[in-house]
Write a protein that binds this ligand. Structure first.
Ligand code: AOS
Ligand code: ZN
Ligand code: ZN
Length: 386
């Protein structure tokens, strides 16, 4: 295989998971701008996700969020997904929207609230059994707002105890992906604030516990690719929640704010042997003012572009320059790959996959946007928190 053929082959195997919640209405705490044609049910979210996969060819799975995507029969939902051409992916838990969780969920000082949160997490594993999902994605809004509000160490003990119970419930082939976030909604202390804390818990739990890196969950200036390299070295990188941030947890389209950072991350993924199905490439985004399906298609394309550039890095030339201490040449090798216009290459890849070279234009021509506006009338539109 020529080098270019190998790059193309790698691009064809890419799998980016899209989040069910990105198809529904979302907004800021100031306003949710409702859009027409937005899904009213989890089933309709799957239909939209299937469109993204149909036009990109590399978005074969959809993450669910419980209870936002609550249905009576999860096995039937999985079957419907397959009929539409996609599969159900990670199950995202929700221990942040009940009044009971004001002081936290599995770190809460009251054992009865911890029990309630744990029962929800265990229910999520039951759902995984029914859907065939491999990953349970855990993000905890737990933390405190004021010094002295609670005992930081006791909260870690409760976290450890709760995670162990869920870990023990995982079946063969199931994993727990633990997400960290440096602040928000708690502002003084967060119980899983950084990769180190997540890593320490996952290490203690065992091989089925892995860290998930949400690109929007770091302080400005954090070198995320270093974290990626470190977690990969330790065999603890479970996946990504991709999105872009300018200020905080903005959840904008991945690759929009800082495509260079995305390239550097993808380079470390590839360099570290993480370009395998064991590292889940998920989107965690909200499209508040832009049309949702084309925004998700664009996001998938942005991940593909960063991946293509990272695959094009001349690693032999880079290794030589690094060994020789040739700072400028090493940097130039990396930048040459980053500055390559990979859009023609990706257009070829898509055509070879039997797809339109331009997924956004093809989606626009398909009439799907008009169809859902016409058909999805009545009922309540799904949305963030719905
Ligand atoms: C929250 O900030 C996290 O990014 C989670 O992944 C969350 O579950 C997701 O954003 C859905 O709200
Ligand atoms: Zn996330
Ligand atoms: Zn987030």
């Amino acid at each position: 295989m020529t080098e270019l053929a190998a790059v193309k082959a790698a691009l064809k195997t890419q799998a980016v998971e899209t989040p069910s919640w990105a198809y529904g209405n979302s907004g800021t705490r100031f306003k949710v701008f409702a859009q027409q044609g937005v899904p009213r049910t989890p089933q309709e979210k799957l239909e939209d996700a299937a469109q993204v996969h149909a036009f990109t060819g590399v978005a074969p799975t959809v993450a669910l969020h419980i209870p936002w995507d609550k249905v009576e029969d999860y096995a039937a939902l999985a079957k419907l997904a397959e009929e539409r051409g996609v599969k159900l992916g990670a199950i995202n838990s929700n221990t942040f929207q009940d009044d009971d969780y004001k002081l936290g969920s599995i770190c809460h000082p009251d054992a009865s609230v911890r029990r309630k949160a744990l029962d929800h997490l265990l229910e999520c594993v039951d759902i995984m059994d029914a859907t065939g999902s491999q990953d349970l994605k855990l993000w905890f809004a737990d933390g405190t707002n004021y010094p002295g509000q609670d005992d930081l160490r006791a909260r870690q003990d409760r976290l450890s105890e709760g995670l162990s119970e869920v870990y023990d419930r995982l079946g063969d082939g199931q994993r727990m992906l633990l997400e960290y976030k440096f602040f928000e909604p708690a502002f003084y202390s967060t119980d899983v604030p950084d990769w180190g804390t997540a890593y320490a818990h996952c290490l203690k739990l065992g091989p089925k516990a892995q860290v998930v890196v949400d690109t929007g969950h770091h302080a400005p200036g954090t070198n995320i690719e270093f974290i990626v390299a470190t977690l990969l070295r330790e065999g603890k990188l479970g996946g990504f929640d991709f999105n872009s941030r300018f200020y905080a947890d903005d959840d904008l389209m991945v690759g929009a704010a800082d495509p260079f950072q995305l390239f550097r991350i993808m380079y470390e993924v590839i360099r570290g042997g993480g370009y395998t199905p064991d590292v889940a490439f998920m989107l965690d985004q909200c499209h508040n003012i832009e049309a949702k399906i084309p925004a998700i298609i664009r996001s998938v394309m942005n991940v593909q572009e960063a991946t293509a550039k990272a695959l094009l890095v001349d690693r032999d030339a880079l290794a030589v320059a690094q060994r020789e201490g040739d700072v400028l040449e090493a940097n130039a090798v990396l930048m040459d790959a980053y500055n390559t216009d990979v859009r023609p290459l990706l257009a070829e890849v898509r055509e070879e996959m039997g797809l339109d070279a331009n997924p956004i234009a093809a989606y626009k021509r398909s009439g799907w946007a008009e169809k859902i506006v016409a058909e999805r009338v009545g009922g309540e539109q799904a949305g963030w928190g719905a």
